[in-house]
Design a protein. Structure first.
Length: 209
């Protein structure tokens, strides 16, 4: 997809929202218009200014609210584009309702398309992980079965131990059957998800994404 790289970069930027916003040097030498623009272009809410205010208060600096807001408004014009909405949705990012009413409908349409793609990919990935987990468990059980079968035919194994081994082998055999059935169903489920994903990706390609 043409927007995959952009979505990855956007997701990385949004992770920064949880970090301490500014250090002492940044507070003392800050260009609040630029900071506002960067926050707006990353889709931050107005609460981000509160983070800056708290960080800079420790260093005796107060934000320039007017400059920050002007910069943020400009940044939001960049953020609230359909292409950015698609990238945000495709990466599984959260939209915080920051776009103006005249820009939000097209942004949300693109975001929802990207987020649907994200969900379809997640379905395929989740099914694959569950298949792999059950295959690993199945391999471990088969190894345990071989070990217990070897112990069962060992001449030195006591009769009471053989009884326990037979019970264990019965349980392990039942679990093996369960896992094989689950793997079969999951493979079928993943095939359906993959078909849905391929179909939707073809639809998006036709739409120019």
């Amino acid at each position: 997809m043409k927007l995959r790289l952009a979505g990855t970069s956007l997701a990385a930027l949004l992770v920064l929202n949880g970090c301490a916003s500014m250090n002492a040097d940044e507070c003392l030498m800050s260009d609040w218009h630029t900071i506002g623009f960067e926050d707006g272009s990353r889709g931050y809410t107005e609460e981000r200014l509160g983070d800056h205010r708290k960080a800079c208060a420790r260093h005796g600096v107060s934000p320039d609210l007017r400059a920050y807001q002007a910069g943020r408004d400009e940044g939001l014009q960049t953020f609230c584009q359909p292409s950015r909405g698609f990238s945000l949705g495709e990466s599984g990012g959260r939209y915080n309702g920051v776009c103006a009413s005249d820009m939000e409908p097209r942004f949300l349409d693109a975001y929802n398309s990207g987020y649907h793609l994200y969900n379809l990919r997640s379905n395929v990935s989740s099914a694959t992980h569950r298949i792999d987990a059950r295959k690993r468990e199945l391999d471990e059980i088969k190894e345990t079965i071989r070990s217990k079968e070897a112990a069962l035919i060992d001449k030195e194994t006591a009769t009471e131990d053989r009884i326990l081994l037979l019970a264990d082998l019965k349980d392990l055999s039942e679990r093996t059957g369960q896992l094989e059935s689950e793997i079969y169903l999951l493979i079928d489920e993943r095939a359906r998800y993959s078909e849905q994903l391929d179909s939707y990706q073809a639809h998006l390609a036709d739409a120019g994404h």
